[in-house]
Design a protein around this ligand. Structure first.
Ligand SMILES: C[S@@+](CC[C@H](N)C(=O)[O-])C[C@H]1O[C@@H](n2cnc3c(N)ncnc32)[C@H](O)[C@@H]1O
Length: 217
């Protein structure tokens, strides 16, 4: 099967997507509410959701904090449209594009969250991204990351080797954003967050291949 461009991959799978995320990923019915409960509850707080998709994490967050102002970034217009339809009365600022390239701002957010989206990028790309994300958080702000992780450094390296081989096979340039899972180990992810300047980064939960990480500015 040839590699698919990232936004198109998710747009094609919109139908049945929420049910797939909630019921086919081990621990999802627990880690979505637990991740959402780590976000601030005060009225009008500003939240950045990176790779928000159809907003599953927000389904668990808005009942706790209906006045939060949420900026959601996603590559798929179809996913953003579905999110908008779900929350017609919430304060949403939805941005179409890559969080790797769109400006994130300076000291704008009380917290950021990303669920099952960041396991597609190389360590050098993540390090630069985490530096920009840190700057976008207010002092004392936090980043909640729930994602799929590799089980060992050998497994992590194997995913990247396979991606390279697939891209060569498909004749794709290095910088084309395709859907292919290249999760890091949790230890590698935590080290990158600390290297980017987060004052603390720790794993606060684990459900099979998914770990929940909290990092503070
Ligand atoms: C598996 S879905 C998760 C969506 C949502 N967070 C959830 O848990 O239901 C991953 C989402 O990340 C988005 N995504 C992947 N890479 C992205 C990037 N570089 N910039 C913005 N969105 C991205 C995809 O379009 C997709 O909607």
């Amino acid at each position: 099967m040839p590699l698919e461009e990232m936004g198109a991959f998710f747009a094609r799978r919109l139908e049945g997507y929420d049910a797939h995320m909630l019921w086919d990923i081990a621990g999802a019915e627990e880690f979505y509410p637990v991740a959402a409960a780590l976000l601030p509850a005060f009225p009008g707080c500003r939240i950045l959701d990176l790779g928000c998709g159809t907003g599953l994490e927000l389904e668990f967050f808005f009942p706790r904090n209906p006045t939060a102002r949420v900026t959601g970034i996603d590559l798929s217009a179809e996913m953003l449209e579905a999110l908008k339809r779900k929350f017609p009365d919430r304060d949403l600022d939805l941005r179409l594009g890559s969080y790797l390239h769109l400006p994130l701002g300076e000291a704008e957010y009380d917290a950021a969250i990303s669920v099952e989206s960041l396991h597609h990028f190389a360590p050098n790309v993540k390090l630069e991204f985490y530096r920009r994300l840190l700057a976008a958080l207010k002092p004392g702000g936090c980043f909640i990351l729930a994602d799929y992780f590799a089980g060992s450094p050998a497994e992590e390296a194997a995913f990247f080797r396979e991606l390279e081989a697939q891209k060569r096979h498909d004749g794709l340039a290095d910088d084309v954003l395709v859907h292919f899972d290249t999760p890091l180990t949790p230890e590698h992810e935590l080290a990158l967050l600390r290297e980017a300047g987060f004052s603390s980064a720790e794993r606060v939960g684990m459900w099979e291949a998914t770990s929940l990480i909290r990092a503070s500015r």
